[in-house]
Design a protein around this ligand. Sequence first.
Ligand SMILES: [Zn+2]
Ligand SMILES: [Zn+2]
Length: 359
Amino acid sequence: MLAARLYGAKDLRIEEMGEPEPGPGEVKIRVAYAGICGTDVHEYFDAPRATHVPNPLTGAVLPQTLGHEFAGTVVECGEGVDRVAPDDRVCVRPIRTCGGCARCTSGLDHLCARLAAIGVTSPGGGLAQYVVVPADAVHRLPDGLSLEQGALVEPMAVGLNAVERAGVRPGGSALVTGAGAVGMGALFALKAHDVEDVLVVEPSPSRRAAAERHGARVLDPTDPAVDVVAEVLRHTGGRGVDVAVECAGRPDALDTALRSVAARAPVVLVALYSGPIAIDTSVIRLAELALLGAEAYPDGIFERVLGHMADGHYPTDGWLDHIRLADTVAGLHDVRDGRRLKVLVDIPGGTATGSSRNS
Ligand SMILES: [Zn+2]
Ligand SMILES: [Zn+2]
């Protein structure tokens, strides 16, 4: 089979390798689509990062098959698997956890001290024709959802967790800073929670267009004629929005979020920052704000994303680009440079029907 395997910094090879076979409790999936995300970009350009030593939990080493956002069709189940069956269309919650630490045992396994992820720090990944995963990671796609939508469940779960952390109420208002894939996920999640008024701050015209198409009021922070905070306050009668979700990973975006919310409102930080930043903490103190972190996706959230998806809350028009597996490196550059919002890699043979092998 073909797989996109990372050997080191800027060394990703699309190459032939043997197909993995499922052991007891494992499921073999023929992958249809795999998304490229910021984590893949960091691993590719700055490797070895997460992959620098054999992973203590999974033993994964380079070369690592990338791809942790994917969907496909079950082709084979190992002994003892009854959660799914061949021909089921599935997506995968890629995180692997130790199960024994204080966080795992208190229901917060996504914050596990020894967290690993399929396609990053665990053998196998979605940028391959086949992948074998533990059965407990697999989620069946409801009828009516496409494999394309299935590949979006993982990134959309990040935005949904951020919105759930904020505790939004129907009919309220929200600010999202940054309209990349996580920002779009936050926008869709806010709409799924009936938050009426969503303002999105984004410098890229194409990303603003995507957010606007899906119901956001958009603001350009680079427009010298626009004072974003003043505009948000004017729009909310001087009160500020009920919640802000910081998805840009920029100190100025966090500052905007902190200054745009109402007193005692939550500001959720979900973006990745490359290092420490300076913020004016008096803004937090004087308005008694709640600055909250959001990381990945707790247990149970894939089911909620799938439910919202089945209700039509995750449209796929206007923000997705498809590329071929052979063009994965170009796709990584496009995502890094902001030329594309969300890239899905079409895996060869992945949308064939039936569970027979086609490699
Ligand atoms: Zn990701
Ligand atoms: Zn743990």
